[in-house]
Design a protein around this ligand. Structure first.
Ligand code: ASP
Length: 330
């Protein structure tokens, strides 16, 4: 039978975890091939290849490794895969999804999935999520949508998705916009039409450093004041509310924004920064006057990925354009 080609890679995470001995806690040990063996139904739907590219908890993934995974995924498409599926830990899934989506230039879908329950836990969700992710990877309607995250019967666009619960099965959501699609009885349903994508060149530099600081009540300025001397090339601040900082932070922002891009994103978990509402010192209007850029709907972690990639291809001057295009709503 002439089945479509689907490529799967596993990187680690809870989906690949089990305990070596009772009471020891789970660690990544399960290979991609073993994960694939848990979904025999796929055999009748696709010609599948699988590779184990990593065995890492997702907190230990890094940009260099993700770039190598991107090369592997590009190669799979060049070899005729109609879709690519990657399993990884859920802790940083929202960040790697954004990272891949900003660099994914193919019409073929790249689908990320993981699990909230380890491979041997009762009610493990890994096999179901992987099968759903493969269905999304094979669906014609997934083409030209970039990177999707499939978890718990939902499809989320890479730019909107966030991990919003640390341990629940329903751990992922897309604030404001909701999921892009759903899986029901094995079928893929998209709820929104495609929107324009903005793909970046693969960075030719990878040594750039972007700091992410979070504003908190009565915080000192020690880290902030040392951002330039520590050699950072960009700064993202997870700010209060609609893009606000303490008055005590504002003088440092002046100095830093003269040298490196400074992005202010809201720490709220949903919603956007303002532009023209608050006039107090440390408010969004004041910070913009001092040279900071407002992230709009882009969350702090995704803003940091965007800035790192732009710095890597020397396109940092485009950052406000990318932020204005509300990358989240793709
Ligand atoms: N708890 C995580 C997970 O869901 C661990 C990780 O991100 O690797 O996979």
């Amino acid at each position: 039978m002439n089945l479509p080609k689907l490529a799967i890679a596993s990187l680690g995470g809870t989906v690949s975890m089990q305990a070596r001995a009772v009471g020891e806690g789970v660690v990544p040990t399960v290979s991609g091939a073993t994960l694939l063996a848990s979904i025999p139904e796929l055999r009748t739907q696709a010609h599948v290849t699988v590779e184990t590219l990593g065995m890492l908890p997702s907190a230990s993934l890094d940009f260099a490794f993700l770039l190598s995974v991107l090369c592997w995924a590009n190669y799979q498409v060049e070899q005729g895969a109609v879709g690519v599926v990657i399993t990884q830990g859920t802790d940083t899934l929202e960040e790697s999804a954004t990272f891949f989506d900003l660099l994914w230039e193919h019409d073929e879908p790249l689908v990320l999935t993981g699990a909230m329950r380890s491979a041997t836990q009762a009610g493990a969700d890994g096999p179901g999520n992987l099968l759903d992710a493969c269905r999304v990877g094979l669906a014609q309607d997934s083409r030209r949508r970039g990177v999707q995250v499939v978890m718990n019967g939902q499809i989320h666009s890479a730019q909107a998705v966030r991990k919003t619960d640390s341990m629940a099965l329903q751990a992922f959501s897309s604030p404001i916009v909701g999921p892009t699609g759903l899986l029901r009885e094995g079928s893929v349903y998209y709820l929104r039409s495609r929107s324009q994508r903005h793909v970046l060149p693969v960075p030719h530099q990878t040594a750039q450093k972007v700091a992410l600081l979070q504003a908190s009540l009565s915080a000192d300025t020690l880290l902030l004041d040392n951002i330039l001397t520590l050699g950072y090339d960009g700064l993202v601040i997870a700010s209060f509310g609609a893009g606000h900082l303490s008055e005590t932070w504002t003088a440092s922002i002046d100095a830093i924004a003269k040298k490196i891009p400074v992005i202010i994103a809201t720490r709220c978990g949903s919603g956007s920064t303002a532009r023209s509402t608050y006039g107090f010192k440390g408010g969004e209007m004041d910070l913009v006057r001092r040279g900071a850029l407002m992230a709009g709907f882009v969350c702090p972690r995704k803003a940091r990925i965007l800035l790192w990639l732009l710095l890597g291809c020397e396109r940092q001057d485009d950052v406000s354009r990318y932020l204005k295009e509300n990358v989240q709503f793709q």
